[in-house]
Design a protein around this ligand. Structure first.
Ligand SMILES: [Zn+2]
Length: 222
């Protein structure tokens, strides 16, 4: 079955480990990091200048996911008064994440959402799930904005969840065949990721099955 790659990985010293690699999980990790980089590239640019942003658009997969996506007609999201007050304090930060709105005493009237959320809800029949997600997004973002220790740029978990889903959807499937000529390139790309042993959802992508003894200690058949 074309689902696992059997690899010999060099561990410390001389030992080699024979490992099964889940091709879907590893590809998902590669895609996650590509999408993430593409998203952050634009995120940084938004802070720098709109000019650089325009130049940066189109450079990578996942680009522009935090650009504002138009919502027609605008969406009323009711929030508790204290939360609305906090929202009013962070209008500029929300703008950088692609959320645009006006406020009244009871609700925010949302005209643009981060493009990632628009993408997520493109096929929804009603607007309640988008409304719920906006409310979660706002709360998560405020928590990030108010944490003194937060290191920029940080993106709310609800956005990261959808990036992981997108990485999964575009990844090679269990059972698909990777052309033999591309396996090496695929494994190298995996090796370059920051967490090659974890898929986008944090599950393991590799299973070690045996440790090979150094050649000098292997049985010699004469
Ligand atoms: Zn997956």
């Amino acid at each position: 079955m074309d689902s696992f790659l059997v690899c010999r990985l060099r561990a410390k010293e001389e030992n080699e480990i024979v490992s099964l690699i889940d091709q879907h999980a590893l590809h998902e990790r590669i895609r996650l990091e590509e999408l993430w980089k593409g998203m952050l590239a634009v995120f940084d640019c938004i802070i720098l200048s709109v000019l650089i942003l325009k130049r940066a658009l189109g450079i990578r997969d996942g680009h522009g996911w935090l650009r504002p996506g138009l919502v027609i007609p605008s969406l009323q999201v009711e929030l508790p008064v204290d939360l609305l007050f906090q929202v009013s304090q962070f209008e500029e930060q929300f703008l950088r994440l692609g959320l645009q709105f006006s406020l009244n005493e009871k609700a925010m009237s949302v005209t643009h959402v981060p493009f990632v959320l628009k993408d997520k809800h493109l096929r929804d029949l009603d607007r309640n799930s988008l409304r719920n997600d906006i409310s979660v997004f706002v709360q998560e973002a405020i928590q990030i904005f108010t944490e003194a220790s937060a290191v920029a740029p940080i993106v709310p978990p609800i956005i990261m969840d959808w990036v992981a889903t997108a990485a999964c959807r575009g990844a090679i499937m269990f059972g698909d065949k990777i052309p033999e000529a591309e396996v090496g390139q695929f494994l190298t790309a995996g090796q370059r990721t920051s967490l090659p042993f974890q898929c986008a959802h944090g599950r393991p992508s590799m299973l070690p099955v045996a440790v090979l003894l150094p050649p000098s200690e292997r049985c010699q058949v004469r």
